[in-house]
Design a protein around this ligand. Sequence first.
Ligand SMILES: NC(=O)c1ccc[n+]([C@@H]2O[C@H](COP(=O)([O-])OP(=O)(O)OC[C@H]3O[C@@H](n4cnc5c(N)ncnc54)[C@H](OP(=O)(O)O)[C@@H]3O)[C@@H](O)[C@H]2O)c1
Length: 269
Amino acid sequence: MTPGFPTPAWLVGCGNMAGAMVAGWRSAGVDLSGVTAIRPSGTAVEGVTTVTALPKGEAPRFVMLGVKPQKLDEVAPGLAPHVGRDTILVSLLAGVSAATLRARFPHARAIVRAMANLPVAERRGVTALYSEDDDAAARDTVDALIALLGAAPWCEDEAAFSVIGAVAGSGPAYVARFAAALARGGEGLGLDPDLARAIATQTLVGTAAMAQRESMADIARRVASPNGTTEQGLAVLDAQDGLQRLVDAMLGAAIARGKQLAAEAAARH
Ligand SMILES: NC(=O)c1ccc[n+]([C@@H]2O[C@H](COP(=O)([O-])OP(=O)(O)OC[C@H]3O[C@@H](n4cnc5c(N)ncnc54)[C@H](OP(=O)(O)O)[C@@H]3O)[C@@H](O)[C@H]2O)c1
């Protein structure tokens, strides 16, 4: 049987990320009849009731916080009175610690941090999960819903959770940038721009399919015959560990920003 939401369920903020998760749940056939999205613009979210302000009436048993981290201060005071001992709170906010969330929502039954990436819409996402609350049933409820959207690893500590956020949460942007650079390179060498984009995209999709069956190293090895053309290209990427250094610096910058956001959110309380 398809897992469902404890209802009423509120999606407080439902833009890019929460919207992508709803798309994944919709395609998984999850019953969304008791789910309400709350967003100031009132822009409809397909499959769920959409309203512009917190509903009155029965308290929610499930709340997913999908606003920007900087909006927590604006949203928490009005939301906290609705988050009681029957409410599971799932936070999508990057860089806002479980301790900060607990301080804002002291009565929540359980607080779970979830760091998702946009392929959740395709049910091929990665969503790291972390909770400091010892509530196995609440964890199971969240786990069952998130597992419908792709991989859902639980993290032992918040540091690992942040690293998964930097690698997978932001990852689609990084991978997309590399594919775009590949396309631009082809264009620079004379290919029609649309054709260059199409072949870069298909190369990305094809490689992703192969990577489910064999290691990245094997893929590179099979493409690059000794003394061939690819080997020359890889030598450029590998020189002085250039690509790895660039990626390490990229992840470091994202993690540093996460720490900054966490410190700002904690200081504001
Ligand atoms: N995008 C990603 O790939 C990604 C990856 C990892 C983590 N995240 C996390 O996901 C969260 C959301 O990011 P996003 O990219 O989805 O942002 P977004 O597209 O800007 O969505 C933010 C949502 O918050 C709503 N909102 C703003 N003020 C509100 C208020 N006072 N009360 C209720 N809702 C309010 C917005 O409503 P309107 O639609 O009406 O403007 C919108 O639906 C962030 O905390 C981010 O750290 C995102």
